[in-house]
Design a protein around this ligand. Structure first.
Ligand code: PAF
Length: 168
């Protein structure tokens, strides 16, 4: 039975007793086959699997795009459960960015061309939220779609430079 958790404290408590290694699949919900295949890979390679569903306001350039982003929590939880995930963390914004949060993670050259040029600040938002998710979950492994190749390179650089112990 999947555990649906909302707060950092609940997540920390659940992971304190979890079997290692832990595999993390960060998502913004609206799950599709790509996410499912990441979940299957995470399951194959880890004793405990965690998916996160958080529509990250910091990576949207337009507030309207953030508001209009498709959300269907019940369906997404069903998919996580069907894929055998142990935990799904669905935090409110304050759990990810507590009041007073005032840090931004900015990756250099790899984040500048292409998507980074077309959407200024987008990769700062991605790198910042992924750093918080990595710290909150403390997984050994994390899984991201290869389709967003530049995003994967940005996240790898960030995790390496900040010496985060999660392998991408
Ligand atoms: O690829 C995504 O869905 C998002 O950019 C991510 C990595 C979950 C960060 O919000």
């Amino acid at each position: 039975m999947i555990r649906v958790l909302r707060t950092r404290a609940e997540l920390r408590a659940a992971l304190a007793e979890a079997e290692r290694p832990v595999g993390l699949v960060p998502t913004m919900g609206w799950l599709h086959e790509g996410h499912r295949s990441l979940m299957r890979r995470a399951r194959a390679e880890n004793a405990t699997t965690v998916a996160t569903i958080f529509v990250n306001p910091r990576q949207f350039n337009e507030a309207a795009d953030f508001r209009g982003y498709p959300r269907d929590e019940e369906r997404d939880i069903g998919i996580c459960e069907a894929e055998g995930m142990d935990i799904v963390w669905i935090p409110e914004t304050d759990e990810v960015y507590p009041p007073g949060f005032d840090t931004s993670v900015r990756v250099g050259a790899v984040a500048e061309p292409l998507e980074g040029a077309a959407r200024p600040g987008h990769f700062d938002g991605v790198a910042t939220v992924v750093a918080v998710l990595f710290a909150a979950v403390g997984a050994e492994h994390a899984y991201f779609g290869q389709k967003d190749a530049q995003q994967v390179m940005v996240i790898r650089r960030m995790a390496l430079d900040l010496a985060l112990p999660t392998e991408v």
